[in-house]
Design a protein around this ligand. Sequence first.
Ligand SMILES: NC(=O)CC[C@H](N)C(=O)O
Length: 309
Amino acid sequence: MKIDVTDYQKILNQIQQELSGTKVTGRVASYVPELAKVPADKFGMHLYNLEGESFCFGDSDECFSIQSISKVFSLALAMKMIGNTLWKRVGVEPSGAKFNSLSLLEDNFGIPRNPFINAGALVVADVLVSYFSDPKAAFLTFLHELTGNDTITYNETVAASEKSEGYRNFAMANYLKSFGNMKNDVEDVLDFYFHQCSITMSCRELPQAFIVFANQGQLLGSDRQFLTGQQVKRINALMLTCGFYDEAGEFSFEVGLPGKSGVGGGIVAVHPGHYAVAVWSPPLNPKGNSERGMASLERLTTLTGYSIF
Ligand SMILES: NC(=O)CC[C@H](N)C(=O)O
């Protein structure tokens, strides 16, 4: 199938028109002051296709805290570095539970259900802390190579306040350690994890990073195979089944694309073979996913008439 590219901008304009004025019931994340400060009416979207064309509206050039969207990058880096041994320490099944749930660890002997719930992302962070002597620098290098944009960096204020409020993540990391599924110091792993979550990127920059998942692992506009086809298949499968925690079914049902959300209000989705798209609207629904973001992506696949299904 081929979507007429001239339609994308029209469709995005329609989404902006339909949704920018609507009332949302969700709340902006408030567990750290830096996130609570972000105006609730920010709204932007950017679609980047495999032809290298861009379509956007609203606050699409403004950087925001990518939070859990970063878990896709850390997973990709860990898969690149240690391959299949990763799956001995983290599962690939949807959790059906909140992103920061501790309860499933007890039944699974400290093996998190998947890499996108916090427990799984902490194990992935532990892998990276073991692998690299300077994991924070290595993570940025990975992102810079992936995007060709070396301005992407951490927000130290967000990382610090996340740390000062991170009781549940500390509990989780210690709990993983008690099962032997955390090899490094809890402090070191959390320092890395809070930093990866603090990365700021815009709706324009995120699809430039995610287009590799629409392009079978090859960087766009180059012949560099950045990830293997199998790695990309697996990451897309995990985004589809686990990217929205206990709302992964709903996202798949309404939108029909692999994607990943963050509590900063961002969502990125991928249409393999076609495009990557990011949307940002800070108010979150009760499951911790951007309310207007989900609605926007539902309109995108409905108006284009195409999803992966
Ligand atoms: N869902 C998210 O975006 C959660 C990320 C957040 N930094 C946390 O660890 O709680």
